[in-house]
Design a protein. Structure first.
Length: 330
């Protein structure tokens, strides 16, 4: 990268600090979650948030969108939600003078920069699939027309990992479209005391934008230009390859508990997200530590566990941690 790119990386690191400052006016703690959300945006990808109700998932999304001056829409997914409720639809419109009819497209809430798909597993597969084209191709097909979404475009979906009654689990193909799967944990005792104090008063800080949509689009292009050594790429590929059962690269201590391992899209995501992580840290090169730090959010939703894992009480996070132990840093 050029010197100017290095300067941009330092500016991004400064803007990231400013973004944290603005978000902390409304959100207490959750720094790791917010950083991953920012990485997803810089990569032009999407994120799935797993967390029980009340931990601030919606507030984090709305606050981040405001701090980045992004158009924000929220859709509450319910069992009766239809695809047209998200994408929009064509309607017949009568001309009051000629009395003739013409078709007019009414865009849905998906035509935004930052879409919050709240409780995405509450709606049937037909409606869930309405997001697939937009997430992958950044465009929407309605009838015979295809409409391009204005960049930047990011889908942030939330899901309650505990309650499964009356839900429709996301298919593996759609889960794979999410760059990250982020677990949103409970706040600490001190953080919860701050939350209670700040939310039970009438004083709320004003969120000031620290970045524009145009700057974010430029940074998304810059992320892909970050150099990465072949040894770092090989390490990412080996981590992902070790999750694939019945392959030469498989690690039995991990794959014995898996039906299906991660696809090459996981390797791509590991490297791309590592580039963004390096930029956020003010660096213009990717390190092994970047790859390993992102293994959990990149892989946890891409591994299909078998009965043996459930019988022994091992979840995806436990298997990924075991994977990191078996594939050490070169």
């Amino acid at each position: 990268m050029s010197q100017s790119a290095a300067d941009i990386a330092k500016s991004l690191a400064t803007a990231h600090t400013g973004l944290r400052h603005e978000i902390r006016k409304r959100v207490v703690g959750q720094d790791a979650t917010l950083d991953l959300m920012m990485l997803a945006l810089l990569c032009g990808g999407h994120a799935l948030l797993l967390g029980v109700p009340g931990v601030g998932k919606t507030l984090m999304a709305a606050t981040m969108a405001k701090a980045l001056k992004l158009d924000f829409r929220r859709v509450q997914f319910t069992p009766d939600l239809m695809p047209a409720d998200i994408t929009g639809a064509e309607v017949l419109e009568e001309d009051p003078v000629t009395r003739s009819y013409s078709r007019r497209f009414l865009p849905g809430p998906i035509f935004t920069n930052f879409l919050l798909a709240d409780e995405i597993n509450r709606t049937p597969p037909k409606t869930q699939a309405a997001l697939l084209q937009a997430m992958q191709e950044k465009q929407v097909s309605i009838g015979r027309e295809t409409y391009t979404l204005k960049p930047p475009f990011v889908v942030l979906a939330t899901q309650n990992p505990i309650e499964m009654e009356g839900t429709y689990p996301l298919p593996e193909a759609q889960l794979d479209r999410f760059l990250f799967c982020i677990r949103v944990s409970y706040p600490t005792e001190e953080e919860e005391m701050s939350i209670v104090r700040e939310t039970t008063t009438q004083e709320h800080g004003t969120i000031e934008p620290v970045m524009t949509p145009e700057e974010i689009v430029s940074l998304q292009a810059l992320v892909r230009g970050v150099p990465v050594a072949d040894d770092v790429v090989r390490h990412a590929v080996r981590l992902v390859g070790a999750t694939r059962p019945n392959t030469p690269a498989a690690i039995r201590e991990v794959t014995d508990y898996l039906e299906v391992g991660a696809s090459p899209r996981a390797s791509q995501t590991l490297i791309l997200a590592s580039k963004a992580r390096a930029l956020l840290a003010g660096r213009v090169h990717v390190d092994f530590a970047d790859v390993r730090a992102l293994a959990l959010p990149v892989l946890r939703h891409r591994l299909v566990l078998n009965f043996k894992s459930r019988a022994e009480g091992l979840d995806a996070d436990a298997l990924i941690n075991r994977l990191l132990e078996k594939v050490p840093t070169p």
